[in-house]
Design a protein around this ligand. Structure first.
Ligand code: HEC
Ligand code: HEC
Length: 352
């Protein structure tokens, strides 16, 4: 082992093999870098982890409006890079046909922002970030060709193509962001009030607090991106072949594609599906309509106990029963299963 490590380090750009990553990645491997990163990538991962966990103070550029002082505050369960709770939800509002985050807190001397009466507001929990580097690497054409579609079931997914860059979005609950850098540059300004040159919208390159803009540099944001990009996917607790066969035969796999792309077992097509009126948040995000949402990736489900973008699902069984719209026929197939088979399907989900 020691020899192998020395050999890896001395050959510079070569790929480092860490031991112990199996199909059954348990909590012990959660939050670690994924296999096959180069020595340089591992160094950036470590530096980015420190930035991800850094608590920003007002003197570092936090605010004037913000939701939390670090990425970790929102993405820390059960490890760094994980999900967050509703106390750390983002408040998403519609403004003149645009969708923006409206942070709830303000630094001293600034008034907290309040939505106008009647303005559509949507509550979004922080999702887990494990494995997203693999998702970023899936080619646009692959996602477009593999959107869940099944006319007999009434399922017709679509990609959220970004009109300005002409690429397929995949990050965010409405798949509005194409790259991790775009998303993270934007998370820094919207969630933390930390200005940076990676933020895609030039209107947010400056803010009104006393710290000179940009408050963090491009290389610092790039380190954060390297950290998220390097996070290992959550793996499975075990392979439950019968449960997976049931999951497929019921039709869940049409949208929750077990193999998103070769080697990416995210259980999502990363496309938009209309989940019906109960999911209408009144907001249109690029090409995503108010009741259209990105298929939730189910990898790492065993580490979560609340479901959907706003945590409305209190249990897996309840979450399945809340599916409507394009998923209505598949939901009915589930509710018509004998209860032992429903339990078998839920038990399968808990292995993910
Ligand atoms: C106040 C809580 C909060 C903070 C702080 C925060 N995030 Fe998030 N994060 C969220 C929420 C909420 C979403 C989902 C947003 C949406 O799609 O509406 C999200 C989504 C993401 C996504 C996309 C995940 C996916 O599945 O598509 C990435 C990547 C991400 N955050 C990274 C970061 C990084 C890096 C930081 C620190 C710079 C950060 N976040 C800070 C709440 C937060
Ligand atoms: C038409 C596409 C579609 C079908 C079919 C479908 N789902 Fe979903 N599912 C979604 C979308 C979209 C979301 C995310 C909605 C949101 O975040 O509000 C979701 C969310 C979930 C969640 C919550 C995950 C989380 O992280 O919060 C679970 C669990 C789930 N689905 C399980 C299933 C199961 C099991 C089946 C089969 C019985 C199924 N789904 C069928 C589209 C679908």
């Amino acid at each position: 082992m020691a020899l192998a490590l020395v050999a890896a380090l001395s050959s510079g750009g070569c790929r480092v093999r860490s031991s112990g990553e199996g199909a059954a990645g348990g909590p012990a491997t959660l939050g670690l870098p994924r296999e096959g990163l180069t020595v340089v990538e591992l160094a950036d991962f470590a530096a980015g982890k420190a930035q991800f966990q850094r608590q920003f103070a007002v003197a570092d550029g936090l605010g004037p409006h913000f939701n939390a002082a670090s990425c970790l505050d929102c993405h820390g369960t059960p490890t760094s890079g994980g999900h967050g709770d509703l106390q750390h939800a983002a408040r998403i509002v519609g403004v003149d046909g645009d969708v923006i985050g409206m942070p709830a807190k303000a630094i001293p001397g600034f008034a907290p922002l309040q939505p106008r009466p009647g303005q559509p507001v949507s509550t979004h929990k922080p999702p887990p970030l494990y494995g997203l580097g693999l998702v970023e690497a899936v080619p646009d054409a692959w996602l477009a060709d593999h959107c869940g579609r099944d006319p007999a079931l009434g399922i017709g997914g679509k990609t959220n193509v970004h009109p300005r860059v002409g690429r397929v979005g995949r990050f965010g609950f409405k798949a509005h962001a194409v790259t991790l850098a775009d998303f993270i540059g934007n998370a820094l300004t919207l969630e933390m009030g930390v200005t940076n040159p990676v933020e895609p919208d030039p209107r947010r390159w400056r803010d009104d607090d006393a710290v000179a803009d940009p408050e963090v540099s491009t290389p610092t944001v790039a380190q954060m991106v390297s950290y998220v990009r390097g996070l290992r996917p959550p793996g499975r607790e075990r392979h439950d072949r019968d449960g997976e066969a049931l999951f497929r035969s019921v039709g869940c796999a049409t949208c929750h594609r077990p193999e998103t792309a070769p080697g990416v077992e995210a259980f999502s097509d990363f496309c938009l599906h209309d989940l019906g009126r109960g999911f209408d948040n009144g907001l249109t995000d690029l090409n995503a309509g108010p009741s259209q949402w990105r298929t939730a990736p189910l990898w790492g489900l065993r580490f979560r106990d609340r479901y959907f973008h706003d945590n409305r699902g209190p249990s897996l069984d309840a979450a399945i029963r809340m599916h409507d719209g394009e998923a209505a026929k598949v939901r009915e197939r589930y509710t018509q299963l004998p209860s032992p088979q429903q339990a078998q399907l839920v038990a399968f989900l808990r292995t993910l």
